[in-house]
Design a protein around this ligand. Structure first.
Ligand SMILES: Cc1cc2nc3c(=O)[nH]c(=O)nc-3n(C[C@H](O)[C@H](O)[C@H](O)COP(=O)(O)OP(=O)(O)OC[C@H]3O[C@@H](n4cnc5c(N)ncnc54)[C@H](O)[C@@H]3O)c2cc1C
Length: 453
């Protein structure tokens, strides 16, 4: 038995060494990201256990890879060689829901959807809603700064994190942030940990902002003959001062894949379907959105007749990734461009697909200018792989050239690590390295993710 394993056991932990379990835990949902071979897995059940595991890892200089549900799409939760995988998914208790202060306190392994479910009886919800809301953990959501469908109106995960408990690389336990509605004492360390992808500390508790559940939501679906028209409709809607609570684009490739996955009468001949919802004065808001869609060239506009039909449309949008998986291995891009350039970005992705001879379907959190060009590759065919990778890179290049970003919400992980240096200026990069060194001087926390070692 290795010294590491002996030390973990002496610290009261129960390391798992089974090769099959380690292999299953070595990867997340990112396609084509190579995973290392972990030394052991610990399923933490408390902050004390996380702290003990990190202290042992620090003593032996062993990398620690925190893992939530491993639904990440950037290879940030993949194993690195010799790592201790630290599974947080069993720390899954909601510790309190406080309806007066509108906060929930959760352990990191709580699933996103479970928070809204628990807050429902108070007329409250946890707003950020990644497509993976039923399967991803709040710890992972915070560590990736996750977005989602209602973020166009309600914002992304970091805007809802008030306070954190974090185990640092030394094993010390730090609390930061607040439980009050306001508070600006000291540097904003909460924001620092949001999107840090497990490289600065391990989140063991989160205090989250809850919001009232909107009284009513109305949804429409607009059918377009070109994706560029759909993009122009989005720009027109956002320019009009309307406040859609959801504005999502599904392109033809996804419409066909979704219909093949679960037939529900989607318009498979359309170039794009735009889903829009409104939840404040929704009847009037939706009339205005419908008019802008028609003026932008929508061939048809349908109103969801009831909540059930609206939910079915949103559920189909959430299934987009799984539908594309039926076509091959999905290389998921996640670029964001200024909303005003959405139509241009959609055209550019189409041109990239044609130039490289690859299938690229686009779904987009369109109101945020956040595109997910899903590139289909067949890894057993070297030409397909090379073409897919070239298209992936070209899309990143296009986004940067448009003043956009290489990742709107999935994070950098391993997948986009080499692109970070192209997005950030050298001084910014140097500060990022100094922050990493200050918080993790031994370089044991998820090493090689986000920044090269
Ligand atoms: C079908 C599908 C739909 C998706 N839709 C969206 C979407 O709409 N929006 C979106 O943003 N993402 C989406 N994702 C990506 C993914 O679900 C998110 O990135 C999610 O936040 C990851 O959560 P997780 O629990 O799976 O974390 P993991 O994948 O396990 O980990 C992600 C990162 O967080 C770190 N981490 C995990 N837990 C902790 C912790 N407690 N402390 C410190 N670091 C930690 C890991 O080390 C890793 O760096 C989708 C994924 C799938 C498969």
């Amino acid at each position: 038995m290795s010294e590491l394993v002996t030390a973990l056991k002496s610290a009261g932990l129960a390391p798992v060494l089974d090769a099959d379990v380690l292999a299953a835990h070595a990867v997340d949902h990112a396609g084509l990201v190579p995973a290392g071979k972990a030394a052991a897995l610990v399923r933490a059940r408390s902050t004390d256990e996380v702290s003990a595991a990190v202290q042992v890892a620090a003593e032996f200089g062993v990398p620690v890879v925190p893992q939530g549900a491993r639904t990440g799409l950037a290879g940030a939760a993949t194993a690195v060689d010799g790592a201790l995988l630290l599974d947080l998914s069993q720390m899954d208790r909601i510790l309190s829901i406080d309806p007066v202060n509108r906060v929930a306190v959760c352990q990191p392994g709580v699933l996103n959807a479970a928070i809204s479910e628990a807050a429902k009886e108070f007329g409250l919800r946890y707003s950020p809603d990644p497509g993976s809301w039923q399967i991803s953990t709040i710890g992972g959501n915070i560590a990736t700064g996750a977005g989602g469908m209602c973020c166009v109106k309600y914002g992304t995960t970091p805007e809802y994190v008030l306070g954190l408990e974090v185990v640092l690389a030394s094993g010390e336990v730090m609390r930061c942030g607040r439980t009050t509605a306001k508070g600006v004492a000291g540097y904003d360390l909460v924001r620092l940990f949001c999107g840090s992808e497990g490289t600065l500390g391990i989140i063991t508790e989160a205090t989250l902002k809850l919001s009232p559940i909107p009284a009513e939501r109305l949804t429409l679906a607009a059918v377009f003959d070109t994706t560029a028209d759909a993009g122009r409709a989005v720009t027109a809607i956002m320019a009009s001062g309307a406040q859609p609570s959801l504005l999502e684009l599904i392109d033809n490739t996804h419409l066909r894949a979704l219909e093949a996955l679960r037939p529900m009468g989607l318009p498979t001949e359309a170039a794009a379907l735009l889903l829009a919802a409104a939840d404040a004065n929704p009847a009037a808001e939706l009339v205005a959105i419908e008019r802008l869609c028609v003026e932008s060239g929508a061939a048809e506009v349908f109103r969801a007749t009831d909540a059930e039909e609206a939910d079915a449309l949103l559920e189909s949008r959430r299934s987009a990734y799984h539908a594309m998986e039926k076509l091959g291995t999905v290389l998921v891009d996640d670029v964001a461009v200024p909303r005003s350039r959405l139509a241009e970005a959609l055209d550019a992705v189409q041109a990239t697909a044609e130039r490289h001879g690859v299938v690229i379907g686009v779904i987009a959190h369109a109101g945020d200018g956040n595109l997910h060009p899903n590139i289909i590759v067949h890894p057993e065919d070297p030409d397909s792989l090379a073409a897919g990778r070239a298209a992936f890179d070209e899309i990143l290049e296009t986004a940067l050239a448009m003043g956009g970003t290489i990742t709107g919400e999935h994070g950098v992980g391993l997948l986009k690590r080499d692109w970070l240096v192209k997005e950030l200026d050298p001084v910014n990069l140097a500060v990022q390295r100094r922050l990493k060194d200050a918080l993790d001087p031994l370089g044991i926390l998820n090493p090689g993710k986000v920044l090269r070692r």
